[in-house]
Structure formats: C-alpha cells, structure tokens
Design a protein around this ligand. Structure first.
Ligand code: NAD
Length: 297
C-alpha cells in the first residue's frame, strides 16, 4: 500500500521503517531536518508538507507529540485537509478523545475519515512490532488499514466513535504513569531503610506488587541509571493531563489521577520535560536524600 507518514521521532521512525520492511511504499514528512534521511535511504519519498503528503497518497499516518500539533497537521494551514488524494487519516499519536473528535469533524467536511490509532509498548515495542494498537473509526476504513497496522503489533478494535481508542489509551497510560510514580516511592522508601533496590525489584516481581515499572523500567533504565527508554516526561505528563481532563469531562472520580498528575508535574518542572520519563524518580530521591541503583550518594 502507498502510505504517508508524518512525524518520524522516537516512535514514528521505527514504525515507518517496519512499514517499508513489510513492502509498503512510504511518503514521509517531518519538520526536523534529517529526520527523514534514514527512511529515504530505505526508499521512502520525501514530501515538503503535510498537504504534499496528502496530495500523493490515500492513507496518511501520523505520530506527533502534542494534540495541537496533530490538529495543525490535519486541519490547519497547509494541512492534510487540502490534500488531493487523501481518503483517511490514521492518527498514531496520543491526543485525547475530545481532540480526536474535533479533528474527525474537521476532516469529515472533505470526506476524509479519521482512524484513532494510539499505540502502547514503547520504543522497544515499535522496533519489534509488539505494540498494542488501539483503533476506533468507521468500520470500512478500519478494514482498509487493519493488516497494515498489524505490522506494528496487535490490533484491538475499540469501537466506531471518534476518540474511543484515545480513551482506551489514556486509561492505559494513566496506569503506566501510576506504576512509575508508585514504584518510585516504594523503592525509594526501601532504599532509605537500607534495602537493596535490585533485591526489592526481584521480590516485587515474584510477588503481588509486580507492574510495568518493576518488570521493565526499573531493571532496564532506573537501577542501571541509564534513563533511556525514549519517552519524554513532557509526553507522559501530557497523557496524564489528558486523562484527568477526560475523567472530569465524564464526571468520574479522579483522586488517584490527580495525585499521580502531581508527581509528573514535579518531574517536569524539576528535572525537565525533555528528559526520559524514567527520571520521574529523581525528585523523589532528592526529597528522600537517597539514590536508587548503582550510583550511591
Ligand atoms: P517524538 O517527539 O520523539 O517525535 C515526534 C516527531 O514529530 C519528531 O520527529 C518531530 O520533529 C515531529 N514533528 C513535530 N511537529 C511536527 C509537525 N508540525 N509536522 C511534522 N512533524 C512534526 O515523540 P514520540 O515519543 O515519537 O511520540 C509520538 C507520539 O506517540 C506522541 O503522541 C506520544 O504520546 C505517543 N507515544 C509515545 C511512546 C514512546 O514511548 N515514545 C509510546 C506510545 C505512544
């Protein structure tokens, strides 16, 4: 299939590469100089704008950082809306249900379908093709892209209303953000009491406290102090903020969400939004006066 791909960052680049390796013909675009070069070297064509991408292909995917950027690319000046060939927009970004619905309404004015398709599983999952791919949108358009999306991992059809897959993704990332925040506090507490963090992680993973932070993030990036899983704190904070907004809009309890949000706000302001999200532990370590892992204070 001919596919447009916009946003070639930590997630977009490996996903676009997998599409090329699966035999699809890609037209790519990113605002960052050189982001497209490795894909062009694999045979992708380079476009000059989102509209240029949408002039050339029927199916356009995007993996972009913020909801406002997705809106600009989709329905803003020079965006997909004006493209001559585009029939469907597959948004792999995390934008929240409300923004997804707004963009879907904007695109519908020119009979362009929107498929929400946020993903979970990190950069490692994007490289290996083991992501959870959450999909919502019109059935005919889902049918048109389902096989293509399976190149990224397991496809879950969540529903047919715009934004449903985004709500699913926010629920998932709230739990991932909570696991990171809660496990950081638990391990820092143990280290302050003199426990070995590696043994703590082993015990938790053999016991009932096991979670995605204890099985993945702590052994792979926090205890080794590499902080390099390829997901920025600002993007996790965006996801938790979107989740809180979604819960408020639906009128459901959000007490845990707000506590978790505070932990991510703290990491964003004290350590930096551009840092890897595994650094969320650092303000907690600072307050406790301990460091988890190989570097001892
Ligand atoms: P990233 O910042 O690494 O990549 C985003 C890319 O978009 C960059 O290459 C940037 O130059 C490009 N870009 C920005 N504005 C643009 C524009 N106007 N036009 C074209 N390109 C533009 O972000 P990422 O980590 O790859 O995340 C992308 C999306 O996937 C986000 O919505 C994020 O929440 C979600 N996500 C990320 C992960 C992860 O582990 N990194 C996992 C699941 C979902």
């Amino acid at each position: 299939m001919e596919i447009g791909f916009i946003g070639l960052g930590n997630m977009g680049a490996p996903m676009a590469r997998r599409l090329i390796e699966a035999g699809h013909k890609l037209v790519v675009y990113d605002t960052r100089d050189n982001a497209a070069a490795p894909l062009v070297a694999l045979g992708a064509q380079l476009a000059s704008s989102p509209q240029d991408v949408a002039d050339r292909v029927e199916t356009v995917m995007a993996s972009l950082p913020e909801p406002q950027i997705v809106a600009k690319v989709a329905v803003g000046e020079g965006g997909l809306l004006r493209g001559k060939r585009i029939k469907r927009f597959v948004d792999l970004s995390t934008t929240g249900a409300r923004m997804a619905a707004t963009i879907a309404t904007g695109l519908a004015k020119r009979d362009i379908a929107q498929i929400d398709s946020p993903v979970s599983g990190g950069v490692a999952g994007a490289v290996k093709g083991t992501l959870a791919v959450m999909v919502s949108g019109p059935q005919a358009d889902i049918d048109a892209v389902k096989d293509v999306l399976s190149v990224f991992g397991t496809v879950f059809v969540i529903g047919h209303k715009a934004g449903m897959a985004q709500t699913m993704k926010l629920a998932n990332n709230f739990l991932s953000a909570t696991a990171m925040a809660a496990t950081s506090e638990a391990i820092v507490m143990g280290v302050k009491a003199g426990l070995d963090p590696s043994i703590m992680i082993e015990v938790i993973n053999a016991g009932s406290g096991r979670n995605t932070a204890s099985t993945g993030k702590f052994p792979n990036a926090i205890i080794p102090r590499t902080f390099n899983l390829g997901f920025a704190t600002a993007l996790m904070l965006k996801d938790v903020r979107l989740c809180v907004a979604e819960a408020r809009a639906l009128g459901v309890p959000d007490e845990v969400m707000n506590a978790v949000l505070g932990v991510w706000e703290q990491a964003n302001s004290e350590i930096g939004g551009d840092k890897d999200f595994t650094t969320v532990i650092q303000p907690i370590e600072k307050r406790a006066g301990v460091i988890v892992g190989r570097d001892k204070p």
